[in-house]
Design a protein around this ligand. Structure first.
Ligand code: ATP
Ligand code: MG
Length: 219
């Protein structure tokens, strides 16, 4: 589903990524762990085409991201890549249902169909009775589940998550992690997750360690 090869990235004199290779198969949950500053977020942003590599290639679903112009890249990102961040980045003025619909609207899916799918996902994530709540009217765990539903609405090829449970208490973090495995089982979803959370790493199919801009071992 994902193949990254020889990813290099520098900021000025700082050589942050030194030729990172990574493969993630369909239906696989891969965690990236490593010390602060190792380059994990930088790598994830490059995979998600939110940032550009100096060298190397990223293929998602067989498409070389570097071959796409800006407009095609935005469309590709919207359709095939789901993002979950440490802070949910929900829009405060909109309900849970509307927040989940936004990537579908960008994809030009009709309103009815978007809302139907958003409601289905929110229900799947146990938020049937919270759909019309705005983010401020939801708990932290609920907000993060809305963000998960939003990341799923366009049936992405892969979900990229950067510290998705970093802001949750242990109970909500555990629930979120179980949810990832059930989404993998029920929807064949593929995940690449950066985490400091050992429990999350331990339920992954594979854990990749990143150190000083390199993958040090790939179990
Ligand atoms: N825009 C930037 N300009 C300059 N340096 C940057 C920039 N973004 C990141 N860095 C540096 O690159 C290094 C790697 O950053 P990155 O955010 O990828 O680390 P990380 O592994 O995600 O760490 P953490 O676990 O703390 O989130 C850090 O030393 C950081 O200071
Ligand atoms: Mg980071």
């Amino acid at each position: 589903m994902l193949q990254a090869k020889g990813i290099e990235k520098s900021y000025g004199q700082l050589h942050i990524l030194k030729g990172v290779d990574m493969q993630v198969h369909r239906k696989e949950i891969v965690s990236i762990v490593g010390a602060s500053g190792a380059g994990k977020s930088t790598f994830l942003h490059i995979i998600g085409s939110l940032d550009q590599a100096d060298k190397g290639s990223v293929m998602i679903k067989g498409v070389d991201l570097m071959s796409l112009n800006e407009k095609k890249l935005s469309a590709f990102r919207n359709q095939y890549i789901g993002f979950i961040f440490q802070f949910h980045h929900l829009l405060p003025e909109f309900t849970a249902l509307e927040n989940v619909c936004i990537p579908a609207f960008i994809h030009k899916t009709g309103k009815k169909e978007s809302e139907r799918r958003a409601a289905e996902l929110l229900e799947l994530l146990g938020l049937r009775h919270r759909m019309l709540h705005k983010p401020a009217e939801l708990s932290g765990g609920e907000q993060q589940r809305v963000a998960v539903a939003r990341s799923l609405i366009n049936n992405p090829a892969i979900i990229l998550a950067d510290e998705p449970s970093g802001n949750l208490d242990s109970e909500n973090a555990y629930a979120l992690h179980r949810m990832f495995t059930s989404l993998r089982d029920q929807l064949d979803q593929t995940f690449l997750i950066v985490t400091h959370n050992e429990d999350l790493a331990s339920i992954s199919d594979r854990v990749v360690h990143m150190k000083d801009g390199n993958i040090v071992d790939d179990e």
